[in-house]
Design a protein around this ligand. Structure first.
Ligand code: SAH
Ligand code: MG
Length: 198
């Protein structure tokens, strides 16, 4: 297991796959353990690094992870098999914006870590599959330090993407249904929980 994780870190570095930073994934694993999380939905598997580590954080955790890129999906499946997690991690090969989950499916934790420009869409679509006391966790809210410094970015595409992340942060901050806390860990993480009914 340890060796596989190291292998995955090296693969990600060599192929430029944006897997979670070490302190970010450590934070997530601790959160899962401390809050007795059992069912996790991840949007954006890449090679399965965060899915496998989340699944390893306690014996009862199960992770469903969605990936739309075929190369990453195949690599993810391979890694899940290698560590014997076939029962703990199910990998779905589809665009998360097109997937229809069965009605009544509920997750204690939904982890958004796919296309950064579509975070709001993922949030709006998947909040209906969040258990009543569940949380939605989002990664990369600092986007390598670019968030909040849009005016200094030369590339138009990058500026637009950062603009979308900033708009997502606004969306979370002004959300009537969810209360969000932001953490300066890894590349920036948020935890959104439903507000208590008044
Ligand atoms: N969670 C992973 C990293 C994910 S990187 C880890 O930390 O180990 C983001 C991944 O999201 C990429 O593999 C990309 O192909 C995938 N992705 C982007 N948009 C998607 C979508 N709409 N549906 C499913 N996967 C998507
Ligand atoms: Mg990420």
């Amino acid at each position: 297991m340890k060796e596989l994780i190291l292998e995955m870190e090296e693969y990600a570095k060599a192929k430029n796959v944006p897997i979670m930073q070490k302190d970010g994934i450590a934070f997530l694993m601790k959160y899962i353990k401390a809050n007795n999380i059992k069912n996790v939905l991840e949007i954006g598997s890449a090679i399965g690094y965060s899915a496998i580590l989340m699944a390893s954080s306690s014996p009862e955790v199960k992770v469903t992870t969605i990936e739309k890129d075929e190369v990453n999906y195949m690599e993810c499946l391979k890694n899940v098999k290698k560590c014997g997690f076939d029962e703990k991690v199910s990998v779905v090969f589809q665009d998360a914006l097109e997937l229809n989950l069965a009605e009544g499916t509920e997750y204690d934790l939904i982890f958004i870590d796919a296309a950064k420009g579509q975070y709001k869409k993922f949030f709006e679509k998947y909040k209906y599959f969040l258990a009543p006391h569940g949380v939605i966790i989002t990664d990369n809210l600092k986007f390598h330090g670019y968030v909040g410094k849009k005016d200094t970015i030369e590339s138009k595409n990058l500026r637009q993407l950062v603009g979308k992340i900033e708009a997502y942060i606004d969306f979370l901050n002004t959300n009537e249904e969810f209360e969000t806390k932001f953490y300066d860990i890894g590349d920036g993480i948020s935890i959104s929980a439903r507000k208590a009914n008044e």
